[in-house]
Design a protein around this ligand. Structure first.
Ligand code: NAP
Length: 270
């Protein structure tokens, strides 16, 4: 008769507690999933894709547009001032990886307009030409720092209209085609002030928290259609907009923000 192995196992000694083996197994499994996700997960490349950036004529938006051009994308930038749009277009064209293939388009529109009909038709013209956006960057935004009780209520409304509703307006216009294409990313540019409240930025923070909350919820709706939603929360960044906001920033805000120099727009764009 074959001898049972059980008595041998029963008398073997294990150097670790049972829970330690469970923990090791759990860590090993998690690592295996992580490696599998890195190997088999969806890889995002901008080469040959249409990248549409609001506020792409200056600051972080322009740096992102240049970066996208370097990575081989067709680029559309949206802003209000035609002269700045054309200057930015030149910079983006010079950064292209394949100058003969990549197209750069400008859209002159106000993303925060109460009546979105001309914004909608301008965006439709861009996607008719370059195809649905693969990466939509909702970047157009502004900050008017001031203590809450010293600020005119119209400033809070203005920031909410631009930072929050402006992002929604463009997303509403472009998302249906992105979902039909079944692939893409919507990136919202919030702020560190959309992550934690900072003295002197109360009304700005409100508008940027709103963007983050909206994005988190939207992600659940778009995921089944293959469209990811992500949020970028930059710290102080050296841009024309930053220069402008320094003019009204309370001293306390400057101290809390730190004495270090702002990041470069190029670093944030990457
Ligand atoms: N710079 C920072 O320290 C910092 C830090 C955290 C987050 N952010 C966020 O990053 C984003 C970009 O900031 P930035 O400093 O790069 O801004 P910026 O230098 O002021 O550039 C703003 C861009 O948005 C466009 N724009 C403004 N209002 C618009 C509107 N109503 N419709 C369409 N385009 C409009 C501007 O062009 P036109 O004026 O010609 O329209 C310009 O192209 C903003 O959302 C900002 O809140 C910035």
């Amino acid at each position: 008769m074959e001898e049972s192995l059980w008595p041998h196992y029963a008398t073997m000694s294990f150097p670790l507690e049972p829970w330690a083996y469970v923990l090791i197994a759990a860590v090993a499994l998690s690592l295996a999933f992580l490696v599998a996700a890195m190997i088999f997960g969806k890889r995002r490349t901008l080469n040959g894709k249409h990248v549409l950036i609001t506020g792409g004529s200056a600051g972080i938006g322009l740096a992102m547009a240049v970066e996208a051009a370097k990575r081989g994308a067709d680029v559309t930038i949206v802003a209000r001032n035609e002269r700045k749009l054309q200057e930015a277009k030149g910079q983006i064209e010079s950064a292209r990886k394949n100058a003969d293939k990549q197209r750069v388009r400008t859209v002159r529109a106000d993303v925060a307009a109460a009546d979105t009909s001309s914004l909608d038709s301008a965006l439709a013209a861009a996607t008719d030409e370059l195809g649905p956006a693969y990466l939509l960057v909702n970047n157009a935004g502004t900050s008017i720092p001031r203590r809450f009780l010293e600020a005119d209520p119209s400033e809070a409304r203005f920031m909410m209209d631009l930072n929050y509703h402006g992002s929604l307006n463009v997303t509403r216009a472009l998302l249906p085609a992105m979902q039909r294409a079944g692939d893409g990313v919507v990136l919202f540019v919030s702020s560190q002030a959309g992550f934690l409240g900072i003295y002197g930025l109360a009304t700005y923070s409100g508008s940027k928290y709103a963007v983050r909350g909206f994005a988190e919820a939207l992600a659940m709706e778009t995921r089944p259609f293959g469209v990811d939603v992500t949020v970028c929360c930059p710290p102080d960044t050296d841009t024309p907009g930053f220069e402008e906001e320094m003019k009204t920033k309370p001293e306390e805000c400057k101290i809390i923000s730190g004495s270090g120099s702002p990041m470069s727009a190029e670093t944030i764009a990457k």
